[in-house]
Ligand binder design. Structure first.
Ligand code: SF4
Length: 360
């Protein structure tokens, strides 16, 4: 039997999975938009074959001293052309240390923003402005300010899946893999506002024994991974290891079930890098993978003799799949779209990110 979920219901948040171009565009200033209106120069992407596109991308990457960063949930061909593939924090770290002049971020908007915050001297490009995040969209900076007013003096812990403006209003950021340590580092008597993922917040409460105020946001992709479906798969493949990726908010409900004792004991909560190393070293031949299905491409490529079963075939992030070769080519060729964060917001957001990095 699965353990029952006891998610603290403090408030209800509605979100719209369909991020419209108008909404995404509102993130940019009119000046930025004017300078990045789509005016294609040179050969048009839609008249080129895949091989021609890859060749042109490689040529532009060299000419512009650009680096292509791809999240693990990107479509396979984008992962294959990337200079680095990883999770959001890993890619942000790559961005911070690159000596490239241009960063093409193949991921979603908040990730490109984080890269722009960490390296203000570089040009950060996001090939499709509609690549948003339903979890980051569950809280706006106005909602956060209102929430803070209701809890004066509380420490605000923000998951990295948030806009730059929300990070700037927060005291410290966290990822799924360090959220427990971040909360443990806050003095016992301090009130905490945790946002925006309710599953991660509930998991952290369980692991730390701390009571927090939790924003009731969730990612629509992780909502597609039902713990009872995972349980059924685990029963069907008793020899398999269950791997849960703790980044990107996609599997935090499953993490919560692990903490509640609702999933098998051969379950491992692993970041992407650790998941890849773990699979290579594990004697197991079959793995049930509870996260966005994009990760299966790299796992299968690096371990052709092993078998990977997605915990849910429906765990597909439509935002992550928006980046295509055509868009990467167009992005590199015509600077579509430049992601910038105003210096004041960036400085405050950077402080929250750096506090997290000091902890781990
Ligand atoms: S998988 Fe979920 S948390 Fe990750 S980018 Fe997509 S919507 Fe956001």
């Amino acid at each position: 039997m699965m353990a029952a979920r006891t998610i603290p219901v403090e408030r209800q948040v509605c979100y719209n999975v369909e991020l419209t171009i108008e909404k995404a565009v509102s993130i940019m200033s009119i000046d930025q938009l004017t300078s990045t209106q789509i005016v294609e120069t040179g050969p048009k992407a839609d008249s080129m074959s895949q091989e021609e596109l890859i060749e042109a991308i490689n040529q532009l990457r060299k000419e512009r001293n650009a680096v292509i960063l791809a999240h693990n949930y990107q479509i396979p061909v984008i992962q294959d052309i990337a200079d680095f593939t990883g999770d959001s924090l890993g890619l942000a770290r790559q961005a911070a240390k690159t000596d490239a002049d241009v960063i093409v971020f193949c991921g979603v908007h908040f990730m490109a923003e984080t890269a722009a915050i960490l390296c203000p001297d570089k040009k950060v490009l996001l090939p499709d402005l509609e690549a948003g995040c339903s979890l980051a969209d569950t809280i706006t900076v106005e909602q956060l300010r209102e929430w803070k007013k209701q809890h004066p003096g509380a420490v605000v812990v923000a998951y990295v899946n948030t806009s730059a403006a929300v990070k700037a209003e927060s005291d410290i950021c966290c990822t799924s893999s360090n959220a427990v340590e971040v909360v443990q580092a806050i003095p016992e008597d301090q009130e905490i506002l945790f946002l925006p993922d309710m599953f991660l917040g509930s998991y952290v409460e369980k692991m730390t024994g701390r009571k927090m105020h939790i924003w009731m946001g969730e990612c629509h992709v992780h909502a597609a991974i039902h713990p009872d479906e995972v349980q059924r798969l685990a029963e069907k493949h008793p020899e398999a290891e269950l791997l849960i990726h703790p980044e990107c908010g996609c599997s935090t409900s499953a993490m919560y079930e692990v903490a509640a004792g609702g999933l098998p004991s051969n379950t491992a909560l692993l970041s992407t890098g650790k998941m890849i190393k773990h699979v290579a070293q594990s004697p197991a031949e079959t793995f049930i993978v509870a996260t966005e299905v994009g990760i299966l491409h790299r796992l299968q490529q690096e371990n052709p003799a092993k078998r990977f079963v997605p915990a849910s075939e429906h765990a597909v992030c439509p935002f992550m799949k928006m980046i295509t070769l055509e868009k990467v080519y167009r992005s590199l060729k015509d600077d579509i779209y430049v992601i910038e964060v105003d210096p004041d917001t960036a400085a405050k957001a950077r402080r929250a990110i750096e506090r997290m990095l000091e902890i781990g």
